[in-house]
Write a protein that binds this ligand. Structure first.
Ligand SMILES: *Cc1c(COP(=O)(O)O)cnc(C)c1O
Ligand code: SF4
Length: 347
């Protein structure tokens, strides 16, 4: 993927390698300055160069992408940092592991028209954007055929047409990729098309941008979301309490203060949140910020992510421990996606 450019020009004054400015004035600029070069990531975090060959090789399958704001929340010198683990390409990703496949959710079969996934009653998921601001190594969509995601406004028409004809739909989920990577004009036009559809009640946005590119949570965006007829709900994706610091915490507070319900979904990941301490801290940190822990997902068996696997029994044990430590509202539901099921399956 090419680095996004602003007005066709390279961004002004790229900072010297290794520096980590704490904020950027605009989210597009912050995205254009994201780290895409494994060598730069290793140098920035003072990590051993021995990690480089594996990182380069794995990044050929699924490129490295990590915004600097996110990288600034990693601990220098720690190759096992739970945030770094989520983005650093590793040579073990190329190992073939039985049961780990390219399309674990068989989504290729639940697409009536390109860009729309309709698996559950009352809800349809619109793949509103084909790119992300971070590449999570465990992502179940790392091999997704994003070429099929509509690229222009006109290309959404078939999906919008189906949505407006299917009166059983009450909620549209904007997902991707990351729907908040749509620039404001395109994003606002999509909202304008969905808002008047009478049978719709809610608009849900699934985004990792509040975590990795918190500059995206602008006053204009919040203003738009809170002035819709539809109830807007934001579902973020954070796997570790340290992700919820600094600019990210500010962005989440702004969403909550604007009156938007914010939920978190996490993925249970080995070496990231598979111990009770970090998992409980993630849930409590969410609650402190006004974010309700929603789901804890069992990892989808996607090729290249087997090293993140945590056994389901271990996940159940962790949930039991959370229950004994935290208020009920701070304990997420542990779920798995099962192809063909009518809903996510509680474990
Ligand atoms: C996860 C998902 C949803 C939403 O499920 P909820 O349980 O309502 O959060 C809807 N559609 C698809 C295709 C999904 O994968
Ligand atoms: S942001 Fe979401 S869709 Fe994008 S790589 Fe990460 S987990 Fe996958």
């Amino acid at each position: 993927m090419d680095a996004p450019r602003i007005n066709g020009k390279s961004p002004p004054n790229p900072p010297p390698p290794g520096s980590l400015p704490s904020s950027a004035s605009s989210w597009k600029e912050a995205l254009s300055r994201a780290i895409r070069d494994p060598e730069e990531l290793l140098k920035t975090l003072e990590l051993a160069p021995e990690l480089l060959p594996g990182a380069l090789e794995a990044s050929r399958l699924f490129p490295l992408l990590a915004p600097r704001d996110y990288v600034s929340r990693m601990e220098p010198g720690n190759p096992n940092d739970p945030l770094l683990r989520q983005v650093l390409p590793l040579d073990i990703e190329k190992d073939e592991v039985g049961g780990y496949v390219l399309d674990p959710l068989e989504e290729a079969d639940s697409t009536p028209i390109p860009g729309l996934l309709q698996k559950y009653e009352g809800r349809a998921l619109l793949l509103a954007a084909s790119t992300c601001a971070v590449h999570c190594r465990y992502c179940f969509r790392r091999h997704f055929p994003y070429e099929e995601v509509p690229k222009s406004q006109d290309a959404w028409e078939p999906a919008l047409d189906l949505i407006s004809r299917d009166t059983t739909l009450h909620e549209i989920i904007l997902s991707g990729g990351d729907p908040l990577l749509l620039p404001d004009p395109a994003f606002f036009r999509l909202l304008e098309k969905l808002d008047p559809i009478p049978h719709l009640r809610r608009l849900r946005i699934h985004s990792r941008l509040p975590i990795v590119l918190p500059q995206r949570i602008t006053p204009e965006l919040l203003e738009r979301l809170t002035s819709l007829r539809l109830t807007a709900i934001l579902v973020i994706h954070s796997n570790h309490a340290r992700e919820l610091e600094g600019n990210c915490a500010d962005a989440l507070r702004r969403c909550v203060e604007a009156g938007i319900p914010v939920l978190n979904q996490a993925v249970l990941l080995r070496g990231v949140n598979d111990e009770i301490g970090p998992l409980a801290e993630l849930c409590e940190r969410c609650v402190d910020l006004g974010v309700i822990p929603y789901y804890l997902h069992q990892l989808d068996p996607v090729a290249g992510a087997a090293h993140f696997k945590v056994e389901v029994d271990r996940g159940r044990e962790l949930i039991e421990q959370l229950r004994s430590r935290l208020p009920g509202y701070a304990v997420p539901t542990f779920v798995q996606e099962v192809p063909g099921a009518k809903a996510k399956v509680p474990l």
